[in-house]
Design a protein around this ligand. Structure first.
Ligand code: GLP
Length: 262
């Protein structure tokens, strides 16, 4: 099953991600990280940055693949996911920018970009740990409701809800939010060896409950995590508020023996 960890703060969630990721990099300096944009992973990146600095962990060989990118937005635009990943992950962690990949949203080449992106992930040996946020409609990456659970990286049309949610990054003007994107597919995401989904706040409670305790359905893309053998969902009390088995998850985590992996 998916492991559900209910934490008090985003910082606490960030530290769980940071410890896991740092352990992976210590064991394998060529670790491949799956990277996500959005506000949910920010505390996790901060915690990882602190741990890397404190323990002097060598990240010079770490590689990374971002989940998604807007279609037709200049990569130098401050709100492109290329710029966002540089600002929030590559620079603070001190990663080698040449080893960090973001899907290419250039309209001239976008038709083949998805297939090529999936190929480069495979050539790198696959993603070791994929960090994920979740949209209010249950999307992961930019896989909107209805996305095939077997999908590879491809072009998608954004829903109006996602464009409304993301307008805050575009001067609160929905007309400036691109209408299309290129995103890793749900099938691509499921190939990562480990998934960690982070969600905070009441606004995510319904999407979290549907993903974790609802049926597996393309209508709730994050419900695909139920099919992954090593997925962890870390939420605060507000995002956990609609989970029916909340008390069980809390007890299981608080009393988790060292010999239980997940
Ligand atoms: C965007 C991104 C997703 C992210 C989601 C939620 O749609 N494509 O990867 O999970 O926003 O963002 P936030 O974490 O800011 O709520």
């Amino acid at each position: 099953m998916t492991e559900i960890i209910i934490v008090k703060t985003e910082e606490e969630a960030g530290q769980i991600y940071a410890r896991r990721t740092a352990d992976l990099i210590r064991r394998n300096p060529d670790t491949v990280l799956g990277l996500a944009t959005g506000s949910s992973p920010l505390a996790a990146y901060r915690a990882l940055t602190d741990l890397i600095k404190k323990d002097g962990i060598d990240v010079s060989r770490v590689r990374g693949f971002a989940l998604d990118e807007y279609a037709g937005l200049d990569p130098d635009h401050p709100q492109s996911y290329r710029s966002t990943i540089n600002r929030t992950v590559v620079e603070p962690l001190g990663l080698d920018p040449a080893r960090i990949h973001v899907p290419n949203g250039d309209l001239d080449t976008i038709k083949d970009a998805g297939r090529q992106y999936d190929q480069s992930i495979e050539d790198a040996g696959g993603v070791d740990l994929q960090i994920l946020g979740i949209g209010t409609d249950g999307h992961i990456g930019f896989n909107e409701p209805g996305s095939s659970l077997a999908s590879g990286t491809r072009i998608k049309t954004l829903t109006e809800q996602t464009r409304i949610d993301n307008a805050r990054f575009f001067n609160n003007d929905i007309d400036q939010v691109p209408t299309h994107c290129i995103t890793q597919g749900i099938g691509t995401i499921l190939k990562a060896r480990q998934l960690v989904l982070l969600a905070f706040g009441e606004g995510k409670a319904e999407a979290v409950a549907e993903s974790v305790e609802g049926g597996i359905s393309s209508f709730c893309p994050a419900s695909a995590l139920q099919m992954h053998p090593h997925a962890t969902v870390i939420v605060d009390e507000a995002a956990a508020s609609r989970l029916r088995n909340r008390d069980y998850y809390k007890w299981a985590y608080a009393n988790k023996p060292s010999w239980q992996s997940i």
